[in-house]
Design a protein around this ligand. Structure first.
Ligand SMILES: [Zn+2]
Ligand SMILES: [Zn+2]
Length: 140
């Protein structure tokens, strides 16, 4: 849980079993109930999280759907990422919000994504993440 006194921006990030909103400064979870969102907005966050974690589960299974799941999560135009980008915009009315972007080689520094998948610009440090400020995409 985030205990920062002065909170940094939000990062929308799906992590199994956790609230999908993190503090950029400390990576701690932020409770969705504390965001001051409407019921409809909370439902939209929950739907995105459910969809994202289902696809991510398929990817982690490394079975017949692995490649499909990986391309859905990496795609700029997949339904799951369009939902994520919409949520980022919605939460952005409350506080600057970044969307964490999937990368197939999670944790492998040699193949770590170095440029923003949307604009090709360089990532810059953002608290405990790296991010493209123009597209509001986070990694790390
Ligand atoms: Zn924090
Ligand atoms: Zn960008």
């Amino acid at each position: 849980m985030c205990r920062c006194r002065r909170r940094g921006p939000f990062v929308l990030i799906e992590r199994f079993g956790q609230n999908p909103v993190a503090c950029a400064k400390c990576r701690g979870e932020i409770e969705v109930q504390k965001l001051g969102v409407t019921w409809r907005e909370a439902q939209a966050i929950a739907s995105w999280r459910q969809l994202y974690s289902s696809i991510k589960w398929l990817w982690l299974q490394s079975g017949a759907y692995e490649n499909w799941a990986s391309s859905e999560l990496a795609s700029r135009t997949s339904a799951v990422n369009r939902m994520g980008l919409d949520l980022r915009r919605m939460l952005g009315h409350r506080r600057l919000t970044y969307l964490y972007w999937f990368h197939d080689n999670e944790g492998d520094p040699d193949s770590e994504m170095k440029a923003c998948p949307l604009c090709g610009g360089r990532f810059r440090p953002l608290g405990r993440f790296i991010a493209c400020a123009r597209c509001r995409i986070a990694r790390g």
